[in-house]
Design a protein around this ligand. Structure first.
Ligand SMILES: [Zn+2]
Length: 353
């Protein structure tokens, strides 16, 4: 998941829906109007965090003011030590890192992939390995053959209590005011093998998972909540494939979840238009366009997003996803970061390639 997913297999085409007005939103977020210049990285140990800490001055100089750190189960959880994956980040390591980042004006947002992405290849991640009763397809697909990734069951009455404890620990460790719940590429949902979910509406089940997380993260903890946007896009009407958008009935969840969620709308191909951005804006969400590589594609999506932001400040900025093409050691020199993010600095005239 951290290396290979989000492959750019598809081309989005479709009608450009004009953006809604500049409705502002408040909450535990950056001040309205401040541009989010972000980098998304998977970091799995204190040692890698320390390496990334060495890159922070470079990243700050390029304008980075948000780092999304995908931790998943690589944390020394005290509430659920059985879910600690190796290697791992400690609370002390996270605290030291977030202190150093804050001094440079960089906000840290931890991420735990929720609902989907509970396995990669033959490896089932700790939650479903230790609690197989939470598995949407318990006992099915031995060796994870013939599936992309496992999902947890959003209808299982026990899963949220465990996951919320993990989210609380990550939030506390990184002293975060926002949390990224992942939720991309959920292909297994409303599965016929699940006695609770079979036959139910995938959009309602997906929305239930989002709403449960929102009640805890935003409602109870007062944090901002971020998630990937692909399951809220209809592959048919948006002209996208089943990775970049949903072909499994979840897209109607966009009308069933709170609009204060920040949607990280990822697209990796070079296109002229990215219709999902104005589409999600028109739904009322804040949108954080999220690109990858190659540089020409990064620049195209960034340029389109800058134009959208001029019309609507609910386009928050731009997020460079890295998927191990940039590492904690190399992030400060990775062209999509060094060449693109400076364009999002105030008063900067964007470079063209
Ligand atoms: Zn289920």
């Amino acid at each position: 998941m951290r290396i290979q997913h989000h492959l750019p297999f598809v081309v989005c085409v479709g009608l450009l829906v004009l953006a809604a007005g500049c409705r502002t939103q408040t909450g535990a977020t950056a001040p309205v109007g401040q541009t989010w210049r972000g980098v998304h990285l998977a970091v799995e140990s204190d040692r890698r965090l320390a390496v990334l800490q060495g890159q922070l001055p470079k990243l700050a100089a390029d304008g980075v003011n948000v780092l999304v750190i995908q931790v998943d189960y690589h944390f020394d959880f005290q509430s659920h030590p059985e879910l600690r994956d190796n290697p791992f980040i400690t609370r002390a390591g996270a605290r030291a890192f977030s202190r150093a980042a804050r001094k440079l004006g960089i906000r840290i947002i931890p991420e735990l992939d929720c609902l989907g992405h509970q396995s990669w290849a033959k490896t089932t991640f700790p939650l479903l390995a230790k609690y197989p009763q939470f598995d949407e397809t318990r006992g099915q697909f031995p060796g994870n053959k013939r599936i992309y990734c496992r999902s947890w069951c959003p209808s299982n009455p026990g899963v949220n209590k465990v996951v919320f404890a993990l989210i609380d620990e990550l939030t506390d460790a990184f002293q975060a005011d926002a949390f990224h719940v992942g939720m991309d590429e959920v292909f297994i949902i409303a599965d016929p093998h699940c006695p609770r979910c079979r036959g139910r509406d995938p959009a309602k089940l997906f929305a239930k998972a989002v709403n449960d997380l929102h009640r805890h993260i935003v409602g109870k903890r007062g944090l901002a909540m971020l998630m990937w946007g692909d399951r809220l896009l209809d592959a048919n009407t948006m002209g996208c494939g089943r990775w970049e958008a949903s072909a499994n009935g979840t897209a109607r969840a966009a009308d069933l979840i709170p609009k204060d969620i920040v949607l990280c709308d990822w697209h990796y191909r070079e296109q002229t238009n990215y219709p999902s951005v104005p589409f999600l804006l028109a739904k009322g969400f804040r949108v954080w366009p999220s690109g990858f590589q190659p540089l020409a594609a990064t620049e195209a999506f960034s340029r389109f997003s800058l134009e959208q932001r001029r019309r609507n400040k609910r386009v928050l900025g731009y997020l460079c996803t890295t998927w191990n093409k940039a590492t904690p050691a190399s992030a400060g020199d990775w062209p999509p970061i060094t060449e693109i993010l400076p364009n999002w600095k105030p008063d900067r005239v964007p470079r063209r390639f």
